[in-house]
Ligand binder design. Structure first.
Ligand code: TZD
Ligand code: CA
Length: 528
C-alpha cells in the first residue's frame, strides 16, 4: 500500500531534498521511520543551529533545503534564524511534527496550538493540511512556494498519525510536476530601461545579494564594463555580487540614508539590482537620493519593489533581465573607472592582533575559490577591503543581522559545496548563539575552518553606544570565554593563534587537512 509516508519521501526525492536538517522529538519519529538509505539526516543539537545550517546549505546550493523541527518548542528555537532566512530569500522547507489529530484540541503535551500561525511573518506560506490525504500535496506546494521567486522559507505542520495513512488516488502526479517562474520584463519595459541607461551621463550600479543568488555576477561585471559604471554593493551586504578587485568595484555602501546619498552624489542614474532599496540600519536622515539622481530598481521580490521609498522598479528574473540588458545596451565612450588602491599590508606588530592583520593572513592563504561565512560585526568594512573575493557564492553574512548564523551556516555551506573550502570568521559574541554547530561539524567531519575573533566584547555595540550616546550601557562585554576548550568539548580540533606567524601556520595546516578546525585569535576592538 502506498502511504502518505512513502508518497512524501518520493516527492522529496524527486526534488533532490535528500538532506534533512533536524532535531527530532516524539511527534517526528513516525516521519523518520524506515528512513530511506538515499537520504541523509544531519542532526543539529539546537534548532537555531539546525535552521542556520539549512539556511547556509540552501543559499550555497541555490536549492531548497528540508528541515524537520520538533513541534512548537523546536520551531520557536529556530525562529531567530528564520529572520535571516526570510531576508536572504532562502528557500527553506520547514516541517514540524504535530500531535495526533485527535489530541490537538485538548492541547495534549506537544500539541502545536495554531501551528500555521506560529512562524508568521517569517515565512511566505504556512499550513497544516486539513486531512492526512492532503499531506503529500501540501508538501509539494511547500516546495514550490519556497522555490518560486522570491524564494523564501515555508512551514508545514504535520500530525504524526498522518504518515501511516494510505496515500490518496493520483498522488503520483505530484512528484512529476514542474513549476517555474517565467520572468523577463516585456520588450517595451526593457527598451525603456535601455533608453534611460544610454541617456544617463554618469550612471552607477548598486548590486545586492540576489545578483549572487541568481549567479549573475559575471553579467553584472560585463554590464559595468560596457556602460563604464562604478559598482557598489548595496548596504547591509549578505552576499558578494561582484569581484572585489575589479576596477569598477567601489565597496559596500553604508547602511544610512544620508551616507548613501553622499557617496552616490554626482550620479544621474542609479541602477539597483537584486537588493532592497535600501536595507538601512543606523538612522541618519536626509534625502533618499542625491540631487538630480533617478533610481531604477530590478528585483525578483514584489515586496522589495513596493516598499521602496523612491525610484522606479521592475520585478522580474535578475539573471534573464541582466542578460537582456547586456545584449541591448551600446558600449559607452566614457573611460572605465580606475581601480581602487589596495590597502597597504599591515606592518608586523607586537601584542594583540589587529583584525587587519588577521584578514591579511586569510587573504594570503585562502584558496581562490574560498567561501567566507562572516559574523563578526565590528570588522565588516575592514574585511571587504582586505579579503579578495572573486567567484559567485564567496560570502555569506546574516541577512537580518540575527546572530547565530555564522557557525551553523558555515557548516551548511560546506556541506553544500564540498569542493570549496569554507572559512567562518566569527566574533566571540556571535559564536555563542550557534555554538552547537561545532558538534555537527565534528560528527559529520565537515571540514570548515572556524576563526573566532576574540576581543572580549560586543564590539559593534560599543560603537553603536557612541552613536546613540549611551556611554554607560551594561552587558556589552563577554570576558572569560575559552573557545579552545569549548571547541574541544564539541569534538573539534581547536588551537589558539595569538600572533601572525602562528595564525599563518595554523590556518595553512587547517586548510591542508580535511577536518573541521577552530582557531581562536585574540584581537583588538575596531570600529565597524
Ligand atoms: N542577539 C541576536 C540574536 N542578534 C543580534 N544582532 C544581537 C543580539 C545584537 N548584537 C548586534 O547586533 S552586534 C552584537 C550583538 C550582541 C555583537 C556581536 O559581537 P561579536 O562581534 O563579538 O560577534 P564584534 O566584532 O565584537 O562586534
Ligand atoms: Ca567580539
Amino acid at each position: 500500500m502506498k502511504t502518505v509516508h512513502n508518497a512524501s519521501y518520493d516527492i522529496l526525492r524527486r526534488h533532490g531534498l535528500t538532506t534533512i536538517f533536524g532535531n527530532p522529538g516524539s511527534n517526528e519519529l513516525p516521519f523518520l521511520k524506515d528512513f530511506p538509505e538515499d537520504f541523509r539526516y544531519i542532526l543539529g543539537l539546537h534548532e537555531g543551529a539546525v535552521v542556520g545550517m539549512a539556511d547556509g546549505f540552501a543559499l550555497a546550493s541555490g536549492k531548497p533545503a528540508f528541515v524537520n523541527l520538533h513541534a512548537a518548542a523546536g520551531t520557536g528555537n529556530g525562529m531567530g534564524a528564520l529572520t535571516n532566512a526570510w531576508y536572504s530569500h532562502s528557500p527553506l522547507v520547514i516541517s514540524a511534527g504535530q500531535q495526533v489529530r485527535s489530541m490537538i484540541g485538548v492541547e495534549a503535551m506537544l500539541a502545536n496550538v495554531d501551528a500555521a500561525q506560529l512562524p508568521k511573518p517569517l515565512v511566505k506560506w504556512s499550513a497544516e493540511p486539513a486531512c492526512a490525504q492532503d499531506v503529500p500535496r501540501a508538501l509539494s506546494q511547500a516546495i514550490h512556494m519556497a522555490s518560486l521567486a522570491p524564494k523564501a522559507p515555508v512551514y508545514l505542520s504535520i500530525p504524526y498519525d498522518d504518515w501511516a495513512q494510505p496515500a490518496p488516488v493520483g498522488v503520483e502526479h505530484l512528484a512529476a510536476r514542474s513549476v517555474a517562474n517565467a520572468g523577463l520584463p516585456s520588450a517595451a519595459q526593457l527598451g525603456e530601461l535601455v533608453e534611460r541607461l544610454s541617456r544617463a551621463n554618469n550612471p552607477v550600479l548598486v548590486l545586492g545579494p540576489d545578483v549572487d543568488g541568481a549567479n549573475a555576477n559575471e553579467l553584472a561585471v560585463q554590464l559595468a564594463e560596457k556602460l563604464r559604471m562604478p559598482a557598489w554593493v548595496a548596504p547591509s551586504a549578505s552576499r558578494c555580487p561582484f569581484p572585489t578587485r575589479h576596477r569598477c568595484f567601489r565597496g559596500v555602501l553604508p547602511a544610512a540614508i544620508s551616507g548613501i546619498s553622499r557617496l552616490l552624489d554626482g550620479h544621474d542614474l542609479i541602477l539597483v539590482v537584486g537588493a532592497p532599496v535600501f536595507r538601512y540600519h543606523q538612522f541618519a536622515p536626509g534625502d533618499y537620493l542625491p540631487a538630480g539622481a533617478a533610481l531604477v530598481h530590478l528585483t525578483c521580490d514584489p515586496g522589495e519593489a513596493a516598499r521602496a521609498p523612491m525610484g522606479d522598479a521592475l520585478v522580474g528574473d535578475i539573471y534573464l533581465t541582466l542578460e537582456a540588458l547586456l545584449e541591448s545596451v551600446r558600449t559607452s565612450q566614457r573611460p572605465l573607472p580606475e581601480a581602487l588602491p589596495r590597502p597597504a599590508p599591515r606592518a608586523a606588530e607586537e601584542g594583540t592582533l589587529h583584525p587587519e592583520t588577521v584578514f591579511d593572513v586569510i587573504d594570503e592563504l585562502a584558496p581562490e575559490d574560498a567561501i567566507f561565512v562572516k559574523e563578526s560585526t565590528s570588522t565588516v568594512s575592514t574585511f571587504w577591503q582586505r579579503v579578495e573575493m572573486r567567484q559567485p557564492g564567496s560570502y555569506f553574512f546574516p541577512a537580518a543581522g540575527g546572530l547565530g548564523f555564522g557557525l551553523p551556516a558555515a557548516v551548511g555551506v560546506q556541506l553544500a559545496q564540498p569542493q570549496r573550502r569554507v572559512i567562518g570568521i566569527i566574533g566571540d559574541g556571535s559564536a555563542n548563539y550557534g555554538i552547537t554547530a561545532l558538534w555537527t561539524a565534528a560528527q559529520y567531519r565537515v571540514p570548515a575552518v572556524f576563526i573566532i575573533l576574540k576581543n572580549g566584547t560586543y564590539g559593534a555595540l560599543r560603537w553603536f553606544a557612541g552613536v546613540l550616546d549611551v556611554p554607560d550601557a551594561p552587558g556589552l562585554d563577554v570576558p572569560g570565554l575559552d573557545f579552545c576548550q569549548i571547541g574541544r568539548g564539541y569534538g573539534v580540533r581547536s588551537v589558539q593563534a595569538a600572533d601572525a606567524a602562528t595564525l599563518r601556520e595554523e590556518l595553512a595546516r587547517a586548510l591542508a587537512g580535511d577536518e573541521p578546525v577552530l582557531i581562536e585569535v585574540p584581537t583588538l576592538t575596531i570600529e565597524p
